[in-house]
Design a protein around this ligand. Sequence first.
Ligand code: AMP
Length: 448
Amino acid sequence: MEIKNVKGTKDLFGNEIANFQYLNSIMSQICELFSYKEMRPPVLEHTETFVRSVGEGSDVVRKEMYTFLDKGNRSLTMRPEFTAGIVRMIVQNKLYATEVLPIKAYYCGPVFRYERPQLGRYRQFNQFGIECIGGNSLYYDAEVILLGYCILSSIGLDNVTIKINTLGDDESRENYKSALKDYFKDKIDLMCDDCKNRYEINPLRILDCKVNEDQKVVKDAPKMRDYLSQASKNRFEQVLKVLDGLQIKYEIDDNLVRGLDYYSETVFEFHLTSKAGNDYGAIGAGGHYDKLISQFGGPNLSGVGFSFGLERLVSILFDNNEEVRENDAEIFVLPMEEKYNSNAIQLSLSLRINGYSTNVNYENGKLSSSIKKAVRANAKLALIIGENEIESNTIIVKNLVDEKQEEVKLDDLSSYLHSLLRHHHHDSDKCECCYGDDDCENHHDERD
Ligand code: AMP
């Protein structure tokens, strides 16, 4: 029987990998500009790490975690999100005592949730996110949203909608929860089983319900903004003011409560519909938290962060025709007989050392089929090694784009390849060989 991948997981290869790498590299660069450093918590954590932070009332902990007993009878969980692991790591290593606060961390990697797979929803997916921990200013909330916004616009996604809300402080939330309990008391029997559960454990979660019938009931529920303490109200208004000053547009969404229990005060989501009209749900989400660090035994510090779902971003780039292409080897070395394979392996090594991505056809075979192979692999040049070339210390360089070929002395190969593959003509910078001389005879690449 054929063995298939596990339901809800995704095989990544080809262009999709190129896009993941592209996203990871742009996002990391922007994070570094904002003075964030990478952190890598393990995939496996003690189950308690997530139960304590994400919360027993959350869907993630109640039914979505990949939890198992290891051979030593420990309950372990494959991370369903990063924040808990990052905070555990900062507390355990006492980084709050040795690092300048706030600690600014970015991360990237797979997370695991046992959810019902559908468009943009997997059981193993990749998140890229940040945490800013130990800062004591509401400007960090705004700066984190700004960072998310900068990341999205730098990959060409600037028509993003930022939904924002506040969950207030403890006092605001307790007042609001009891108002919700009063409101749903005589309605909950007609709502879905999940909502019945949420009513008992955390009525805020009901606002997040996706069942159509339930949403009608949720529409008229009391609003958080009417239960905010004065301090939380002021704080939220100030965060919005900073965003206004940065000309970042947002929509206040009263029903935005987020699925993880640790949030307080500012919460937000990034939404975007692809040009093909696909709505992948939130492409990123996050918020502020006050208790998480102390829950792990650390000092009383607050934090703010977000994470993006990379699969959803890659799908949007694909739909919008903005995906990047895989980088194929530029050069294919074609030894015509097996006895020239040792020359080929030497030559390809020196090409690679000089920065040319290079492939070799060690299977030899007929010239025409070797060339076809190189063309199929998208190489720009084929370097052909045959008996004549070995005898005369030359090599045939065949341009696979315009099909011209030339015999080149091995001693001249390096400068020949440079002029063919690396010599670009810049409008602003004078090119290095001719300094803008129109009569320059070197090949000038049109790309620049
Ligand atoms: P969360 O940790 O739930 O706040 O999710 C953060 C981001 O991860 C979301 O905005 C999505 O982009 C992405 N995400 C969450 N769950 C999934 C999933 N099951 N499959 C793919 N992406 C997801």
